[in-house]
Write a protein that binds this ligand. Structure first.
Ligand code: CA
Length: 229
């Protein structure tokens, strides 16, 4: 994965930077904006509590109007957004205290910007995985994404890995037309240069195994959609 691809994970993410040192704060805002984030910068604990709706919070512990650890606890009570503590205090005790106060990660100053971005991506990945449903129910279908199992009216159907990936891709948004290209992107390695017709072979097998050919609708020349139950 290139850095550019990786940073797409941060595009549009709303970040709150809590930092009372103006020059550090502004440097962070510039860098994060370049990475595609929407950034709010505040310099006090009081202002941080008024801006907690961000998707990710970078928190400096040494603030003029209160202790960062206490602020971390207060923020944790009102938001589930990842909190990354960014601070010059770097003893094991400080790190443990911050993590116990609800911080998700801890980065000691001075730090490299690439590492900060990587830790932000990792924190967001964890949140997004927790938010993702592990089972999709759709009419007679139940798709267990974690266990990679599919049942139709309660009876388990044995699918190949490829058939499973295709079905999971269609079931992520039932009723929406999923283009052939999207299915390829999701179910195949992005460097697949073989014939696209192979997709029709898998779809045919999938329909047969699901026992109801009309569950997967073909939108001629475009792609497929999972019929609304
Ligand atoms: Ca400070």
């Amino acid at each position: 994965m290139t850095i550019a691809t990786a940073n797409r994970a941060l595009a549009g993410v709303h970040v709150l930077v809590v930092e009372d040192d103006r020059s550090i704060g502004e440097q962070l805002v510039r860098g994060l904006s370049r990475a595609g984030c929407r950034v709010d910068l505040v310099g006090s604990a009081a202002a941080a509590l008024a801006h907690f709706e961000a998707e990710l919070i970078l928190l400096d512990l040494g603030l003029p109007d209160g202790d960062g650890i206490e602020l971390c606890q207060q923020l944790r009570e009102v938001t589930s957004a990842p909190i990354l503590v960014v601070t010059a205090r770097d003893t094991e005790h400080e790190r443990v205290t911050a993590l116990d106060a609800g911080a998700d990660d801890y980065l000691a100053k001075p730090f490299g910007f690439a590492e900060l971005l990587a830790r932000m991506r990792a924190a967001l990945r964890r949140v997004r995985t927790e938010d993702t449903p592990t089972t999709i129910g759709h009419g007679p279908l139940t798709i267990d994404l974690a266990g990679q199992r599919v049942t139709v009216n309660g009876a388990e159907v044995t699918l190949t890995a490829k058939e499973f990936d295709i079905l999971a891709c269609l079931a992520a948004e039932p009723g929406r037309l999923v283009t052939r290209e999207e299915v390829f992107d999701r179910a195949w390695d992005t460097h697949w240069y073989g014939p696209m017709k192979v997709l029709d072979v898998h779809i045919a097998a999938l329909r047969r195994k699901l026992g109801d050919a009309s569950l997967i609708e073909t939108v001629y020349g475009r792609g497929f959609r999972l019929r609304q139950p």
